[in-house]
Design a protein around this ligand. Sequence first.
Ligand code: MG
Ligand code: MG
Length: 250
Amino acid sequence: MITRKSRDEIKKMRHAGHIVALVHKKMHEVIEPGISTKELDSIALNIIKENKAIPTFLGYHGFPGCICASINEQVVHGIPSKDVILKEGDIIAVDVGATYGGMVGDSAWSYPVGKITPEREHLLKVTEESLMAGISKMKAGNILDDISGAIEDVAIRENMGIVRQYGGHGVGRAMHEDPFLFNYRVGDKTLIKSGMVIAIEPMLNLGCDDVKVLDDEWTVVTKDGKASAHFEHTVLATEDEPLLLTTLIE
Ligand code: MG
Ligand code: MG
């Protein structure tokens, strides 16, 4: 069942989303060659705790981190580690969730580490663009396939692989609620109504669509070893323009 959030729930989600945005602001500052993904995780945990929120990912189905840190060919669900040190030319997707007042904010961003190749620059730019295209369709009266199709169109135009096995999701009291949102057209005519909140999160690849899960049972990587990027915002549908919940409250 797809819930429509109350005014009070939305207020709490907006606050949770602000905390998630604070984490990303910090990630933007500290991501550079030489830092480990474990250090990034500790920084994120501190920000979430300082803001009296709960790290949503920590312990979720046993996940050991408060961020997912996925480098290069890793798509999602990379486990933070002191042994994973960022290098010049890497790209890293940081996905983070915070729960405040029982409500979840969920957002991912992909960052360059130092100077990266033009090809990787392009992957980041296009994946962000596909997220924004999807978000623009998150309006009452549209259907879910409008969002999926907008993402797919950007990926196809730029000849990027689209990860098929993972996608966006409703979010609120739980991190993963109905509906599931594909990042390509599937013909889902579910009507978007005001008060619905969806985490929209395209994952695009420089190579093929196919992915697999590593032996750690978490880390998802591209089958061809080519780089992947991931961008995500938690978005509220209104009768008017979509509202991003995972941005800073200025
Ligand atoms: Mg996420
Ligand atoms: Mg998500």
